[in-house]
Write a protein that binds this ligand. Structure first.
Ligand code: BES
Ligand code: MG
Ligand code: ZN
Length: 503
């Protein structure tokens, strides 16, 4: 991975092969940001910029060779749009685009001037994690099953973050470390989601969790296997897993802060390692991507892989309900009734609405362990994609102050979330004629499937402040973006780490 260092100067004497310069659209005197160049280079560059009509629109790129200081150098201009619109996300995108352009041009070491243009009310230490995310995430790819490196792109060896303020530069080491943590957590989650379900079985999720706990003194891990799940009454998880040859597990990670804390936050992840739909089997097209149905659980593991380094002030628990949803002669059938961990009964009318079943048990378990806050992440409903499109997660919950904190962290991370209502009048749609609840809406045709899915889970939460994040859309990207790759995104990890840091 690219090594990131800090430098308190910005001039043409840096030992890098390249300079990345962010240029706003409304910059009247572009030569001011480029005044560090030799005057001959500057003159040629300025006339080239005019000739090529480079305007500094967000995402616009211009790569130009330099020759005065040392041969083979290059300057990469990246447009960042109007100055008043600059946000953390602008800088993340610009850093990602610059990094990719540098790699493509064979530039191995690249200098960035981090605070040339800042979002409103932000300082260098606020934007450094974002720039680090852009640099590192833009280079992520999952190519382990490729026999050859297709496009021969070399990765960036080193990025030098330049900031000419001696006092502020001291705080930037931690800011770099934060950015690296966010990225490593997200990449850890992405790797797990990109990996085929043949390799990421519930058992493999267990070993990942155990490995994390062995690496860090402050993290412990306990695992409930099938026998214990039976003994303790996790009827919903067992029901979902019944059709599969892979045994189910409930994974419980816990992080204890150095200074004891009474507050406990529980992160609960849906860990369906493959969702065929079960007996209510999915059509082939909808099943193609269903190795991703453990993205919520992967996000929890991603967070825990970094949590000891982040070292939040309160106790954090991670619960992953890990199993596979398969059809077979032993599978649960539509109409079967399951008894959840909290003794409530559920009539399963569609075995493809399995995420809410495993979350019911996992959330009831969190309540039982005296959670002060529960945040669940799940690739729960296709309906959430219908409601918000592929890029935006649905955010639901019972505690507006908790939701506000999550939304702030998400905005800061550039992970899009939008709150949807827990409409009380829809609750009756989830009542069964013969059991306490049904797992799909009584009238599916009326829509609102993301809401009814969330309302189902709410029945297993009680009074505990709770947030539910439906990540069915953004956990998987259908195309490459400025700093993200096609495929798994690690969605949620960067938000949750920021959220935990502020608690
Ligand atoms: N894993 C799916 C949800 C999903 C869909 C995730 C698309 C990612 C992309 C979930 O288990 C599911 O199958 N949900 C059903 C619920 C329905 C039967 C009420 C759905 O969305 O159709
Ligand atoms: Mg920021
Ligand atoms: Zn399903």
């Amino acid at each position: 991975m690219t090594k990131i260092t800090i430098n308190p100067t910005w001039n043409n004497q840096l030992h890098t092969d390249g300079y990345a310069v962010f240029v706003p659209q409304d910059e009247k005197e572009i030569s001011k940001s480029l005044s560090f160049l030799h005057k001959d280079e500057l003159a040629t560059l300025v006339s080239e910029i005019k000739h090529e009509k480079f305007q500094g629109k967000l995402g616009e790129l211009f790569s130009f060779p330099l020759w005065m200081s040392k041969p083979g150098r290059r300057i990469i201009l990246v447009g960042i749009g109007p100055q008043k619109d600059i946000t953390d996300e602008t800088l993340r995108k610009a850093a990602g685009l610059a990094t990719r352009a540098a790699s493509k041009a064979g530039v191995g070491t690249l200098a960035f001037r981090v605070a040339a243009y800042l979002p409103n009310n932000e300082t260098a230490k606020d934007v450094v994690p974002d720039i680090v995310e852009g640099i590192l995430l833009s280079q992520y790819s999952f190519k382990k099953y490729k026999s050859e490196n297709e496009n021969n792109v070399v990765s960036l060896q080193r990025a030098v973050l330049c900031h000419e303020n001696k006092r502020e530069v001291l705080g930037l080491e931690r800011a770099v470390e934060l950015g690296e943590m966010y990225v490593q957590g997200a990449m850890q989650a992405s790797d797990l989601v990109n990996e085929p379900s043949s390799h990421i079985t519930p058992e493999v999720l267990v070993s990942h969790a155990q490995e994390i706990s062995l690496r860090h003194k402050q993290i412990s891990c306990s695992v409930l296997d099938e026998k214990e799940l039976k003994k303790k009454g996790f009827g919903c998880i067992l029901g979902v897993a019944r059709g599969s040859d892979e045994p189910p597990y409930l994974i419980h990670l816990s992080y204890t802060p150095k200074m004891p804390s009474k507050k406990k936050v529980f992160l609960v992840g849906k860990g369906i390692t493959f969702d065929s739909g079960g007996i209510s089997i999915k059509p082939a097209d909808s099943m193609e991507n269903m190795k991703m149905d453990m993205a919520g659980g992967a996000a929890v593991l991603g967070v825990f892989s970094q949590i000891a380094t982040l070292s939040p002030k309160i106790e954090v628990h991670g619960i992953i309900a890990a199993c596979e949803n398969m059809p077979s002669g032993t599978a649960i059938k539509p109409g079967d009734v399951l008894t959840a961990y909290n003794k409530k009964t559920v009539e399963v009318l569609n075995t493809d609405a399995e995420g809410r079943l495993v979350l019911a048990d996992a959330c009831a378990y969190a309540v039982d362990h005296k959670a002060d806050m529960i945040i669940d992440l799940a690739t729960l409903t296709g309906a959430c994609i219908v409601a918000l499109g592929p890029d935006i997660a649905g955010l639901f919950g019972t505690d507006q102050s908790l939701l506000g904190k999550i939304k702030t962290a998400a905005d800061d991370a550039g992970e899009k979330m939008w709150q949807l209502p827990l409409e009380q009048s829809y609750e009756k749609l989830m009542k069964s004629d013969i059991a306490d609840f049904r797992n799909i809406s009584a009238i599916r045709a009326v829509g609102g499937g993301a809401i009814t899915g969330a309302l189902f889970i709410k029945n297993f939460i009680g009074e505990t402040p709770w947030a539910h994040i439906d990540i069915a859309g953004p956990a998987w990207a259908i195309e490459q973006r400025e700093y993200t790759e096609k495929g798994a995104t690690g969605f949620g990890v960067r938000t949750l780490l920021r959220f935990l840091k502020e608690l």
